[in-house]
Design a binder for this molecule. Structure first.
Ligand code: AMP
Length: 226
C-alpha cells in the first residue's frame, strides 16, 4: 500500500479531480489532500484562516499562497502522510508548485507526478451547475451525469446534499478565469520537468479511474501490483 510518488491532480474546477482523488486515496490507502476541502472546513469551524479565506472564495479568487502553504505543510507533517498522498486542487500557482517541491525534497518524498484533466468548457459549466455535495461525508453527485438514488440525499451516508456557494454561475466564471490565469501555467511547469501526464476528463468516471491507475503503474508512482 502507499504511493512512491505523490500524485497531483491538475485541472479546472469541475474536471472530476475530487471524484477521482477520493477513489485513488481509498485504493492506495493514502490521504486525499484537498486544499479546497481544508479551507471549507476552516470556514465551517470559524477559524481565523476561515475568516480570511471566506470572502476570497466567495468571489472565486485564489486564497494567498502563504495561507494555503501553511495548511499543506501542517498536513504533510502528520504521520499518515508518510505513505504518500493525492493532491487535489493544489498547487494552483507556480509559487505553490515551487514551494511544494522544496517541502517534498526536504522531507524525502519522491518526485511528484502531475496529471492534467482535460475537459471542454461547456462540460465544465454543466458539471458545476449540476454539482451537489454531501454535507456529511463530502461525496459529490451531478444531477445530469451522476445523480443520487434519492434526490437531495447522499447514497453513502444519507447526508443532505447541498450546493457549494461558489458553484453559482457568476462565481464559476471567475474560478475558470483564475484557473486559466494562475493555474494553467503549471501544465508547462510540470511538462518541463518531465512530470506530466494527461487524461481525458470527459470519459466516464470508471474509465478515467482505469487510466489513472495505469498511469500510476507505468510511471512507478504506485507499486506495480496495485
Ligand atoms: P476547490 O474546492 O479546489 O474548487 O477550491 C475552492 C476555492 O478554495 C478556490 O476557488 C479558491 O478560492 C480556494 N482554494 C483551494 N485551493 C487553493 C489553492 N491551492 N490556492 C489558492 N486558493 C485555493
Amino acid at each position: 500500500m502507499g504511493l512512491r510518488r505523490p500524485l497531483i491532480l491538475l485541472g479546472p474546477p469541475g474536471a472530476g479531480k475530487g471524484t477521482q482523488a477520493k477513489r485513488l486515496a481509498k485504493r492506495y490507502a493514502v490521504p486525499h489532500l484537498s486544499t479546497g476541502d481544508m479551507l471549507r472546513d476552516a470556514i465551517a469551524h470559524g477559524t481565523d484562516l476561515g475568516k480570511k479565506a471566506q470572502p476570497i472564495m466567495e468571489r472565486g479568487e485564489l486564497v494567498p499562497d502563504a495561507l494555503v502553504l501553511a495548511l499543506v505543510e501542517e498536513r504533510l507533517g502528520r504521520p499518515d502522510a508518510a505513505k504518500g498522498f493525492i493532491f487535489d486542487g493544489f498547487p494552483r500557482t507556480i509559487a505553490q508548485a515551487e514551494s511544494l517541491s522544496r517541502i517534498l525534497g526536504s522531507r524525502g518524498f519522491g518526485k511528484p507526478l502531475a496529471i492534467e484533466f482535460r475537459v471542454d468548457q461547456e462540460r465544465l459549466l454543466r458539471r458545476l451547475a449540476g454539482r451537489w455535495t454531501c454535507s456529511i461525508g463530502g461525496e459529490t453527485y451531478n444531477i445530469y451525469e451522476r445523480p443520487p438514488k434519492t434526490p437531495g440525499v447522499c447514497d453513502l451516508d444519507g447526508g443532505k446534499l447541498i450546493q457549494r456557494p461558489d458553484d453559482r454561475p457568476e462565481v464559476v466564471r471567475e474560478r475558470l478565469a483564475a484557473y486559466e490565469r494562475q493555474t494553467a501555467p503549471l501544465v508547462d511547469y510540470y511538462k518541463r520537468s518531465d512530470a506530466l501526464e494527461t487524461v481525458d476528463g470527459m470519459a466516464p468516471v470508471d474509465e478515467v479511474q482505469r487510466v489513472l491507475l495505469e498511469i500510476a503503474k507505468r510511471t512507478g508512482a504506485s507499486d506495480g501490483h496495485l
